[in-house]
Design a protein around this ligand. Structure first.
Ligand code: MF3
Ligand code: CO
Length: 267
């Protein structure tokens, strides 16, 4: 676990700001008919125009600047030309940037259209609230398990949906994935102790029908085993005494929406 210097913390915050701006920019482009490669190109240009590089491109051979995961795709969907956004889709966009050597990483699930499957809406709402619950536990002195417990207890205990266990949140800073791992499930009071200044990415993935997932033959796209819908939100958070500091923001995304996470089509 790397605790950052003041200077490093500043650099990470700049990267977090840029990745939030990138996601808000992409949010404006999301509508029925838009293809994955169009969003990916827009992301690449936005990121490089702002003096940064895409963090995901080339990471373990990942071929794009964003992940675009639709409906039953959980995460790591590849934004290809034949991937088309449609009405009533859950559209998860995950972006990473490297700015001056520091990583920003953030994700949001949009709900497209005005006639939305109530299950999809509920999964998105649940995941959004789960992220908030997880963040609330990112306090110095707490343990990693407190974050996971808060998420799991809400999603599975209160809402009756399923937390994905095969993928986890992570420390973040100079590298995209640093220690510690931040699972979205766990036991209160267990796991590593959280220290003031630790920077983590909390990213719950919630499925409607099962916690089990599969990988597509493209070797990246994670889908729900039962093809039920799935959502994913991600924030970067600095562990503080008393109150966590969230350094990515959804504010710019949400000021353009009639409701949180809902993207109503223009036409
Ligand atoms: N937010 C995701 C993560 O932190 C995105 C990684 S996509 C990858 O794991 F291509 F970079 F792997
Ligand atoms: Co991440």
């Amino acid at each position: 676990m790397i605790i950052k210097s003041q200077e490093e913390e500043q650099g990470i915050k700049e990267a977090a700001k840029l990745v939030s701006k990138t996601l808000a920019y992409l949010a404006q482009l999301i509508q029925p008919g838009v293809t994955g490669d169009k969003l990916d190109k827009a992301a690449f240009e936005f990121i490089t125009d702002h003096g940064a590089i895409p963090a995901f491109k080339g990471y373990r051979g990942y071929p794009a600047s964003i992940c675009l995961s639709l409906d039953h795709e959980v995460v790591h969907g590849i934004p290809t030309r034949d991937k088309v956004i449609k009405e009533n889709m859950l559209v998860s966009v995950d972006v990473g940037v490297v700015l001056n050597g520091f990583v920003g990483d953030c994700a949001y699930t949009f709900v497209v259209g005005d006639d939305i499957d109530p299950i999809k809406l509920a999964v998105a709402e649940t995941t959004y609230e789960a992220l908030k619950r997880g963040i609330s536990q990112a306090i110095a002195g707490n343990r990693i398990g407190d974050i996971g417990f808060a998420i799991e207890d809400y999603v599975e205990g209160e809402r009756g949906f399923y937390v994905v266990r095969d993928l986890v949140g992570h420390g973040v800073g100079k590298a995209l994935h640093e220690d510690p791992q931040v699972p979205n499930y766990g036991k209160r009071g267990q796991g590593k102790r959280l220290k003031e200044g630790l920077v983590i990415a909390i990213e719950p993935m919630v499925n409607a029908g099962t916690r089990s997932v599969n990988v597509l033959p493209d070797r990246w796209t994670i889908i729900t085993a039962d093809k039920s819908p799935s959502a994913h939100y991600e924030h970067m958070v600095i562990v503080r005494k008393g109150k966590p500091e969230v350094i990515t923001t959804f504010d710019e995304i949400e000021k353009n929406f009639p409701a949180p996470f809902r993207k109503v089509s223009q036409n």
